[in-house]
Design a protein around this ligand. Structure first.
Ligand SMILES: *Cc1c(COP(=O)(O)O)cnc(C)c1O
Length: 426
């Protein structure tokens, strides 16, 4: 039966120009991240770099990384991207990794690999993971997906991992301990050497989540910032994650999971021949895997080069320091911590007189998008190179938003702003 016209699919095909124009129109109400209006979710090193990413992406959008025998191009792309990231992480000659589709996939695989290692080496059947409350939600997701117990340990007053409490929470069924460089919520770096020492003492895995910091910390160190130990130079660190679609400034869908050696990496791989379709092996969660994001990562990394990342890291850091100073100088607001890299969060100095989520609403009315988080109720900014030169404009709108809320408060009872969410389900 022919489909009725007016259904979800047009009865007759629509021209290329028309479909593209309609897609462009869909974006009308999206946050203007290309103009530096988003302090989360999207990153830009400028239109030139975006164009490189998009051109490379489109060339490989339909290529399939499921089988690199058929696409040696993608094998080469993966190996060159992983090698470059290994350099940032000081992974050494033994380091071995894969490209994944994002931080979440990298972390899911880390959890799965730790479970497999615990089962194989120690026969652990009820594995647990010991991690600070600040570690990313993806670890929770991994524990849930793969049947591990998540042991969340409250952070200290400075938001960093409480290593003594973590050590006390580990037992013979612990297969993984986690630290972040930096952790997402407050942007501070966990004491990685101490966290890794727990793992080394028990001969179990230690993952350092550098989804945000992997690129930035490598270059901040080169720019002369004092950076605490955070990568494979620390004994006991067994794996790390770095998101290229964040501070690598590549297209969405690119992250790297890196292991200290191939032995540890092998626990990530899945193989079966228990079906009628022959031997099936895959390095990650996906089966069919588009080559677009991989090619875009390779292209942007080569287009920017080492000096490009050095410059962009400097720009992002400078903008972050400016923003931190603005928050510090605003009496109504309180920084949660001085930013260790390019992430910061802040709350109300007096939560009884300022609802921080109402401030986020007022900023969004002015075109600025910030993440909302808690506990405690806070706003979160991921500052990247696109924010260079944008902080003064933000500061003016921040002042006007706070004044608007104060005026409203004096005339009507205070209403709470929308709590929002880091991620949504529709
Ligand atoms: C973004 C992020 C993740 C998750 O990465 P996705 O690419 O969103 O899946 C994990 N850890 C940290 C610290 C992050 O900032």
């Amino acid at each position: 039966m022919p489909l009725a016209s007016g259904g979800p699919l047009p009865l007759h095909g629509v021209s290329r120009d028309d479909v593209l124009a309609r897609l462009d129109a869909f974006k009308a109400n999206d946050v203007r991240w290309r103009d530096g209006r988003a302090f989360t979710l999207a990153y830009s090193a400028g239109d030139d770099v975006l164009a490189v990413a998009e051109a490379a992406y489109s060339r490989f959008a339909s290529e399939n990384a499921l089988n690199t025998d058929a696409f040696p191009s993608l094998r080469r792309i993966q190996s060159e991207v992983v090698a470059a990231v290994g350099g940032w992480l000081q992974a050494g000659d033994e380091g071995a990794g894969f490209m994944t589709t994002g931080g979440t996939e990298s972390i899911l695989l880390t959890v799965k690999a730790a479970r497999e290692r615990g089962r194989k080496e120690k026969g652990i059947s009820s594995p647990n993971v010991v991690l600070p409350t600040s570690a990313h939600a993806a670890f929770e997701k991994g524990c849930y997906y793969f049947g591990l117990e998540s042991r969340r340990i409250p952070v200290l007053d400075d938001w960093r991992a409480d290593v003594a409490a973590m050590a006390a929470a580990t037992d013979d069924n612990t297969v993984l301990v986690v630290g972040s460089a930096p952790q997402y919520p407050q942007g501070v770096i966990d004491p990685i050497a101490e966290v890794a020492a727990i793992a080394a003492g028990r001969d179990i895995n230690c993952h350092v989540d550098a989804c945000m910091g992997g690129v930035t910390l490598a270059y901040l160190a080169r720019l002369g910032h004092a950076i605490p130990p955070w990568n494979f130079a620390v004994p006991g660190v067994t794996s790390m994650s770095v998101d290229l679609h964040k501070f690598g400034y590549t297209a969405k869908g690119a992250s790297v999971i890196m292991y200290r050696n191939k032995y540890l990496r092998d626990f990530q791989i899945y193989m079966t021949d228990n079906w009628l379709g022959g031997l099936y092996g895959s390095s990650g969660i996906l089966g069919t895997k588009g080559g677009g994001a991989m090619a875009a990562a390779w292209a942007v990394m080569h287009h920017l080069g080492d000096d490009g990342y050095l410059r962009l890291t400097g720009a992002a850091r400078k903008a972050c320091e400016q923003l931190a100073a603005v928050i510090d100088e605003t009496p109504e607001l309180q920084l949660r911590a001085q930013p260790a890299t390019t992430l910061l969060s802040f709350g109300a100095s007096d939560p009884n007189s300022l609802d921080i989520f109402s401030l986020a609403d007022a900023l969004w009315r002015r075109g600025w998008y910030l993440d909302r988080q808690g506990p405690p109720p806070s706003l979160h900014c991921t500052v990247n190179a696109i924010h260079e030169g944008k902080i003064d404009e933000f500061a003016a709108d921040l002042r006007s938003a706070l004044d608007e809320l104060a005026d409203l408060n004096s005339t009507t009872p205070r209403s709470a702003g929308a709590q929002g969410a880091y991620g949504t389900v529709e």
